[in-house]
Design a protein around this ligand. Sequence first.
Ligand code: SF4
Ligand code: SF4
Length: 311
Amino acid sequence: MVAASYRLPVKDELGFCNVFLSALGGDGANMAGKLLFKIGCKMFGLDGGFDARYGSEKKGTATDVSVRFCEVGTPVRQSGPTRRPNYLVVFHDDLITPLDLGRGLHDGAVCIVNTIQPPSEIRKLLRLHSGKIICLDATKIAVQTRSRLNMPLVGVLCHEIGFPDEQITKVIADQWPKAAEANLAAYAAAIEHLETETFDADDRFPLTEPTSIYGPIGWRNMLNGGTIDAIKFTTINRDNRIAGRGHVPKFDAAACNSCGICLTVCSDPGGLLWRQGRMEGIDPLFCKGCMRCVEVCPETKKGKALTTDYA
Ligand code: SF4
Ligand code: SF4
């Protein structure tokens, strides 16, 4: 059912409301973006575009997802990543600086960040000219509600875009019926545990033009037959180890029975150190701190081998 009364809260000069989600492989940003796009088009009668870039999730590669919403009838002529977001969702605050996520943000942008830092600190990291910063500890919410990191963040995003909570919660419950209770708990907790601050324009942080690492790819620089120059546009130098952020589960070797269940849920098995059939610990260079392994690690007579301060 389409809610005819819905209006986009903000539009750029081409008539688009641009959303950019920045995450690590395995965080569920792609699923969150798809859900957002489906909700916007099916329930609120919007049109637009969707784009996702990701590498091997097993290496914790930085990924990003762009959603462009517009009213039906607006010409949709752009594809690829959004370079000037009105809404920015950051799945880990330590992606901000290496990925320069503040660059290209619109005046008055809304930034939703998974962090334990206050909005004032995140503003400095983003160098946000003006706009709203919403901080929440989405990792903690996901662990405590047994949901996933993407759920609290997409919940807050839908809320900010003005999609009514009751309609969003119904979509979430219908989409994942078995996980409905956990996901709805994460959604509710996220809306409840926000820290929000709005910032006026500040000359210390001027508006910046977006940059593209590789520049535009089009007919001018394509090789014969439409081939892209692999040498010029290679992604081989991208930092796949950006996931090494230090926030990892605690491991107690004495409580571990090497059952291997943690391996079945880890989206970056390089994060789990195994030698000769035995679990030996967590590699902070690869672990992205999703805490899924903590959830499934069984309670043995000596306790749980994997724990977190959140649980
Ligand atoms: S799930 Fe827990 S007990 Fe099993 S191997 Fe992993 S750390 Fe050890
Ligand atoms: S080791 Fe655990 S916390 Fe780290 S990425 Fe794997 S499942 Fe997530």
